[in-house]
Design a protein around this ligand. Structure first.
Ligand SMILES: [Zn+2]
Length: 409
């Protein structure tokens, strides 16, 4: 039974705490057996039974739960570096999309890519995320937008989940945009999603969640409702890309259908906030997308004050958030969403676990939870999120085993 001791600050992130309280323990130790945590507390209170166990020196560092990135578009073909220049020169996200760029160009590149190359590329991103302390990742389809290619993306996730140490939570996002070949008959594509793709994906266990992008240029509230209802009938849990570029009623829809999460919400209305506070839906904030699009940030204080749990994720994708750096997203959440470091960390651990319906097993360092933890070369949570460095993580333990160990370097 390994014991990690001499921890300057341990963030336990218990699910029952308010989001403002990350359960910080100073001068701490943590013990686990196999993949499960057995004991956490102050080092000088370590029970005698643990004294003879293998002790790992925490070297006075910060230890946090393995981070959970609860919103990514991990698998995609190509990049969109050429649009970066256009956007900086003043073209809007919607203008670029109308000119054939944006999501549609990634759809072409993803359709053209072999599954094997998509797997290599996504696996490489996962390796890098792991090195930052990320141990669980939600990942969406939505760049295939036809039967063959949506299933190709989801199969890549299934394979990656079996070979990569990071745990994946796949989401079917067939309703990302309407594919160009259906632009004059969008109902036909929605029927394909509802009558063919959702049943196949649910039967094969290729996704746990179904997500819909409700936005001008994507799907209407009524279309979103139709798709989410079909997904729910097949046992998928629901997510909504809501109110990202305008107040399009997405948050209201998420509350109405009992979605586990509503994601983006940069333009959420007062009615949307009230509805989410009643439905218990987690709000997923994506500060890297706001940074890259020069759009407003999610008004986190209003949501937190209304009792809504606010997760923080990267939105890693080739257009609006081409970065998987979750610690950077946390620092941005502090600076631009006015979340405290403890609120931000809970947002990428126990609250993020709620957004993937896994809050009883991951995202917290308390007895009975999975031994997924990251060692951060900083003496405290405040110091880590304030003093941004490329990578402060020096060690990752996943399912009780070292998977990244630069702790002695
Ligand atoms: Zn997204």
């Amino acid at each position: 039974m390994p014991v990690l001791t001499h921890i300057e600050q341990l963030a336990t992130c218990p699910p029952e705490n308010p989001q403002s309280d990350a359960g910080l323990i100073s001068d701490a130790a943590i013990a686990w057996t196999g993949d499960t945590i057995r004991w956490v507390g102050r080092r000088n209170q370590l029970p005698a039974e643990f004294n003879d166990e293998t002790q790992i020196d925490g070297k006075g560092r910060l230890v946090i739960p393995g981070l959970i990135d609860c919103h990514t578009h991990l698998c995609f073909g190509g990049w969109r570096g050429d649009e970066f220049d256009l956007r900086i020169s003043g073209a809007s996200y919607q203008e670029i999309a109308a000119a054939g760029g944006g999501i549609a160009s990634t759809v072409s590149a993803t359709r053209a890519a072999e599954a094997e190359s998509l797997l290599d590329k996504a696996g490489d991103a996962l390796d890098r995320m792991l090195s930052l302390g990320v141990t669980s990742v939600e990942c969406k389809s939505g760049y295939g937008l036809d039967e063959v290619n949506e299933l190709k993306q989801l199969s890549v996730y299934q394979q990656l989940d079996s070979i990569h140490v990071i745990d994946l939570f796949p989401t079917f996002l067939g309703a990302h945009i309407v594919p160009p070949e259906y632009s004059s008959d969008r109902d036909r594509y929605i029927r394909l999603i509802c009558e063919k793709l959702i049943p196949v994906i649910a039967n094969q266990g290729l996704a746990r969640f179904c997500d819909v992008f409700v936005e001008q240029g994507a799907y209407t509230v009524d279309e979103g409702r139709q798709i989410l209802m079909a997904a729910s009938e097949h046992g998928l849990q629901l997510k909504v890309h809501a109110d990202q570029l305008s107040d399009g009623g997405g948050a209201l829809l998420a509350a109405e259908v009992g979605a586990v999460s509503a994601e983006h919400l940069e333009y959420i209305s007062a009615e949307g906030i009230e509805a989410l506070s009643k439905s218990g839906t987690v709000a997923v904030s994506l500060p890297l997308a706001s940074l890259y699009l020069a759009e407003p940030y999610l008004p986190a204080r209003k949501l937190l004050d209304a009792g809504i749990a606010v997760a923080v994720a990267t939105d890693f994708n080739p257009g609006s958030a081409p970065s998987y750096h979750l610690p950077l997203a946390l620092t941005l959440a502090c600076l631009n969403q006015r979340m405290t470091p403890q609120e931000a960390l809970n947002g990428a651990t126990t609250v993020a676990a709620r957004a993937v319906s896994a809050q009883h097993r991951i995202g917290s360092l308390t007895p009975g939870f999975r031994a997924d933890l990251a060692i951060i070369n900083a003496p405290s949570l405040n110091q880590w999120l304030y003093h941004f460095v490329p990578n402060a993580c020096t060690g990752v333990i996943k399912n009780g085993e070292w998977v990244v160990n630069m702790h002695d370097a």
